[in-house]
Design a protein around this ligand. Structure first.
Ligand SMILES: [Zn+2]
Length: 438
C-alpha cells in the first residue's frame, strides 16, 4: 500500500508532497510522493491531507470508559474511592469487555495506535481479548490492590500475583507481539510491600514484561504513602524495586529534588497527563525539569472519568499550554517537544522498538488526517497544526503494523454503532454512575 499526503515523519521532518510505502507490517520507504510512486508501481494508493506517526497514549484506562463524566469537580482520592472504584467493582466480565472496546474504539477513531493501559482488578482477560480483536498495539495489565481497596476490589496478595502470572503467560506477546504485559499495581496507597516487591519479581522473571503504576499525583496520596512507609512516594517505589528502565510512572506531579534524581539515575519513564492533572486539580507536573534531567517524558490521557476524552491531539495542546503558563515562558514546551512525548517518547516508555516515527524499517503505525476545515485554514506549519489546532475527529485513517483499522473515517475492525449501543445499555446499570441519558 502507498499512502500520500503531507508527511510529518517526526518532530523535525516534514515532507510537503510526500509518500509512504508500506510492505507487510513495516514501512518500506518514506519520501517525495513521485519518487515513492515510481519505486512502488501498481500498488493501492490512499491519500490523506496529513500523515503522521500513530500516537502513543502512555497512560490510559480503557475500562473506565463507561465512567465518562461520572465524577466531575472532585479531587483524586474522593474521585477514586467514592466514584471510580465502585464503578470498576460493579463491572462484570461482559461490562469489562464492552468498556474496553469503547476505549479502544475511541483510540482508533482519534489516532492513538499504541497504549499503556491500566485495566482493573477483575476480568482483565476480556480487555486483553478486546485489544487483540481490535488490533491496537498495547501494553496492558491487570490492576493489583491488596490494601485500602473497596469491597470487590481488594485481593489476597498471593492470589493477585498468581493471577498476574497467569495473564502474563496467556497474553504477553499476543497478536504477534502487538500486545505486551505490564505488571500494574494501582498505586502505593493500595498495595502492600509484598505486593509491590512481587510486581518486581514477576517483571524480572518474564523477559520483556514491564511495570506500570501511578505515583505522586496528588498531595494527599503522597502524605498517605509517607505515613504508611516513612518514605516519599518515589523513594518508596525505589526501595521496593519499582524504578528503572522497565518502569512507567504516571503523573509524578509532586516530587522532591532527591526523588527527581532517582527518576533520572534509574531511567524511569514518566507519563505526563495534563488534562487529568488539571481536571482533578492535582497540580502541574515538572516536566520541563524532567526533560532537562534526561528523563523520558511520555504523554497520556489517563481515563475518561478524569479527562473526559482519549483524544491524543487535544492532549498535546494541553501538554504544551500548561507548561507555558506554569513557566511564564512561551518557549517552555514548543510543538516539537510535546509531539515527541506523544510519539517516540511514548513508544520508548511502552517498550516497543521502531515505533513513533515514520522511517524506513520502522513499524507501519500511521494516522491520516483531514485538513479540509476552517480550523485548519490557513495551514503554514503541519506540526503546529497537529499540536495546537487539530482534534481527534480530524483523524480519518488509522494503521497498526500495516493493518488498516480505520479508513476514510470508518472503523473497519469493529461495528462502532454496536459498541456504542452496548456501552449505553451497560452504563445504565453501573454502581457509582448517575442515570445514563444514553
Ligand atoms: Zn490513571
Amino acid at each position: 500500500m502507498i499512502l500520500t499526503g503531507t508527511v510529518v515523519a517526526d518532530a523535525s521532518t516534514t515532507i510537503e508532497d510526500g509518500g509512504i510505502a508500506v510492505e507487510g507490517d513495516r514501512i518500506a520507504a518514506v519520501g517525495e510522493r513521485e519518487a515513492i510512486l515510481d519505486a512502488y508501481p501498481d500498488r493501492e494508493v490512499h491519500s490523506y491531507d496529513l500523515l503522521a506517526p500513530g500516537f502513543v497514549g502512555s497512560h490510559v484506562h480503557s475500562v473506565q470508559s463507561l465512567g465518562r463524566g461520572i465524577a466531575d469537580d472532585t479531587e483524586l482520592l474522593d474521585w477514586l474511592f467514592d466514584h471510580v472504584l465502585p464503578m470498576e467493582a460493579s463491572l462484570d466480565a461482559e461490562a469489562m469487555y464492552v468498556a474496553a472496546r469503547l476505549g479502544y474504539l475511541e483510540m482508533i477513531e482519534s489516532g492513538t495506535t499504541t497504549c499503556v493501559d491500566h485495566l482493573s482488578v477483575h476480568h482483565a482477560d476480556r480487555a486483553f481479548d478486546a485489544a487483540v480483536e481490535m488490533g491496537v498495539r498495547g501494553r496492558l495489565g491487570k490492576v493489583l490492590m491488596d490494601k485500602r481497596a473497596p469491597d470487590g476490589l481488594r485481593e489476597d496478595t498471593d492470589a493477585a500475583l498468581a493471577e498476574t502470572e497467569r495473564l502474563v503467560d496467556r497474553y504477553h506477546g499476543a497478536a504477534d507481539g502487538r500486545i505486551r504485559y505490564a505488571v500494574t499495581p494501582r498505586f502505593a496507597v493500595s498495595c502492600t510491600e509484598d505486593c509491590l516487591r512481587g510486581a518486581r519479581r514477576i517483571a524480572d522473571e518474564n523477559e520483556g514484561v514491564r511495570i506500570h503504576t501511578h505515583a505522586s499525583e496528588n498531595r494527599d496520596e503522597v502524605a498517605t504513602v509517607e505515613e504508611d512507609t516513612g518514605y516519599r512516594n518515589v523513594h518508596w517505589l525505589d526501595e521496593v524495586g519499582l524504578t528503572g528502565e522497565d518502569v512507567v510512572l504516571a503523573h509524578c506531579v509532586w516530587t522532591t529534588e532527591s526523588e527527581r534524581e532517582v527518576l533520572a539515575e534509574t531511567g524511569t519513564h514518566v507519563t505526563y497527563c495534563p488534562s487529568s492533572n488539571m481536571k482533578l486539580a492535582s497540580g502541574i507536573a515538572p516536566v520541563v525539569d524532567y526533560l532537562d534531567r534526561g528523563i523520558n517524558v511520555a504523554l497520556g490521557n489517563d481515563g475518561p472519568p478524569c479527562n473526559n476524552t482519549l483524544d491524543p491531539l487535544t492532549e498535546m495542546r494541553q501538554a504544551s499550554l500548561l507548561q507555558k503558563v506554569d513557566h511564564h515562558d512561551p518557549e517552555a514546551t514548543p510543538a516539537r517537544t510535546v509531539f515527541e512525548m506523544a510519539t517516540v517518547n511514548g513508544a520508548r516508555a511502552a517498550g516497543f522498538d521502531r515505533v513513533g516515527k515514520l522511517r524506513e524499517g520502522w513499524r507501519a503505525d500511521v494516522v491520516g488526517l483531514t485538513t479540509d476545515e476552517t480550523r485548519a485554514t490557513p495551514l503554514y506549519d503541519p506540526l503546529s497544526h497537529l499540536v495546537f489546532s487539530a482534534h481527534g475527529d480530524d483523524v480519518e485513517f488509522t494503521m497498526v503494523d500495516g493493518e488498516v483499522l480505520q479508513a476514510d473515517g470508518e472503523v473497519l475492525v469493529a461495528d462502532a454503532d454496536e459498541i456504542r449501543a452496548r456501552a449505553r445499555a451497560v452504563a445504565s446499570g453501573l454502581d457509582g454512575a448517575p442515570d445514563c441519558l444514553c
